[in-house]
Write a protein that binds this ligand. Sequence first.
Ligand code: F6R
Length: 615
Amino acid sequence: MCGIVGYIGHRDAYPIILNGLQRLEYRGYDSAGIALYDGTDIKLSKTKGKVSDLKSKLENEISTEGTLGIGHTRWATHGVPNDVNSHPHYSNSGDLVIIHNGIIENYESLKKELTKRGYTFKSDTDTEVLINLIEDVKKNDDTKLGKAVQVALNQVVGAYAIAVFDKTKPNEIVVARLGSPLAIGIGEDEFFIASDASPFIEYTKNAIYLEDGEMAIVRRHKDIKVRKIKGDAIVDPYVQELKLNLEQIEKGGYEHFMLKEIYEQPSAILDTFRGRLLSKEAIIKMSGVEDNMKKFLNADRIIIVACGTSWHAGLVAEYIFEDLARIPVEVEYASEFRYRNPVITEKDMVIAISQSGETADTLAAIKLAKSKGAFVFGVCNVVGSSIARETDAGAYTHAGPEIGVASTKAFTTQITVLTLMALRLARAKGTISSSDFRMHLLELEMIPQKVEEALKSDSYVQTIADIYKDSKNFLYLGRGYNFPVALEGALKLKEISYIHAEGYPAAEMKHGPIALIDEQMPVVVIATKKGHYDKVVSNIQEIKARKGKIIGIVTKGDESVKALADFVIEVPETLESLSPLLTTIPLQLLSYYIAVYLGKNVDQPRNLAKSVTVE
Ligand code: F6R
């Protein structure tokens, strides 16, 4: 987690770094800091709080001059969020300064060693240990900063994206990555460093994404030298052309990124289809699947690994892969899978799902599966992310940047990609008839328009949100394809409104959660026409008999649930297998408006970060 930004060139570094940190705040926002080289010395200011807090503090504290600087927005791992633990960190001499995203796992033993050699530490962070280790190597080996960083990193166990500079050689920034992302933007006689490309897209479209285990020396008026951290190999970096534009990362008139992203779902799903779903020709084209068709068809089973919302998308995929393509599927929390010595063979196909492509547990699960000989297919949103590169093949969701911490369009576009895959495999296996296949394609093609229609419930959902905003607990129920949607609805509410919510398979309610139901308990029940409708209606009766408050998510025109429920929110009719793409929309809106009414920070909920790069 944490976002890092750096600049070296001919412009004022401060506004570039400050603006860049604001764009990276989705990665962490408990403290922030900036260090600038003003021509003679390093000027550093940092604080607990958000980048906006830093701005007011910094501008009263230091001069903002300088064409070299680094900045950091933090999600605390070692040491509580406070001013001292905030980055950047100085070395003991005050010559070196560092920003770091990641964790140094062996920092305690390194700290002991350095303490014996006379180093002192102001903060509780692992990062301050690293910068002093670099200083120690530099001093003892009488070497340049680049070499000192390399030697120090070879003593380090953990994950990092770092940027370091030395005030005695203020013409370079040394950067390195292992397990945390790092992009270098290449401008005209200037360089930008950041956790992703968003801080520099208005300045350049050319970027190098460092690979794990690489470091670079970024020199003013010169080239970038990239090398391996282990050994002496020099790397010829690949300069990538960025497709991102400024509009995509701004709020575009919406009050929050989350609302913008909810409303972007019709176009995001269309982008996911583009070039893949060809309904006239009745084909699905996905090169990642096509190129590995044999492996998919010969696989004994598919194991899906993911975390959080992406795990919920995996659960929806379990239903659709088994239902349409008749391939056995297991869905695993990446964090459990990686540590439980799972049975994996070369006949297994692993699908890793991740919006950010940087989730540490998912990455570790991929590495484990690969080490056991499984083929790993990635479903990611962020192009060029670690997971996209670590997997053997994959399909991007093309949802565009998702900045709100609560995942919305990532979820529906993940389901879209996985549905396309399941349909393609079903066709190849012959488990779906051509007429059924055609019907699925036509229905899928209608989904963006139907999502648009589902979004029209917005003002009605606001009314419901206002009525139930003070509830202490919520229950979400769904069956079949909509059981994972119930889990996702509960997660959305918990993470942004801090109201306790649980998702359950509707029929499981009577095995325990029914005891919770009383007149204070709102129960959101997904009861669309297809998919065990009558059974869900019986579950609704059971809730009503216990005086629970019922909010039904129903198919347009439904009358039976309407007669029982306190409120019903309608979604358009579609195939059961595609219904999660619609039923999830009112649940996203409900959690959004409850959080807004409660005055919560919707885009940056407490204790969370967008990209969980620590385990
Ligand atoms: C919830 C949410 C998280 C993520 C999870 C995995 O709204 O955003 O639960 O889904 O941290 O992240 P990715 O998909 O980036 O691997």
